[in-house]
Design a protein. Sequence first.
Length: 124
Amino acid sequence: MEGASGSGKSDLMRRALDHGFRLVADDRVILWTSAGRLFGRAPDTLAGLIEIRGVGVLRMTALPLAEVALVVRTGEADRAPEPAFADILGLQVPLVVLALSEASAPAKLGHALAAFDAGSKRRI
């Protein structure tokens, strides 16, 4: 997720965890490419940690790495957006803009990933 400090990135991640998503990294991500795909992991010092504003930094189970299949940018989403992509390390990664504080944001995130999966005929 891309957005300013305090924009709700970690809050959305916390809510997404309740919808079956898995934590890989919070705050900072180490990115690399392999075989034309983008991957990310948490820096060793932050692995398994997530900051919850008003509560503090909590430890939780996290995946050691994951493919980056979608970029989420904070903002007000268009009603019917055209397909968009972020250029990261020379790769075009599907991009969606979401209002992170909306109650439906975790579900929208799931729908966006499913649409990418079906459109690319890839398994995420």
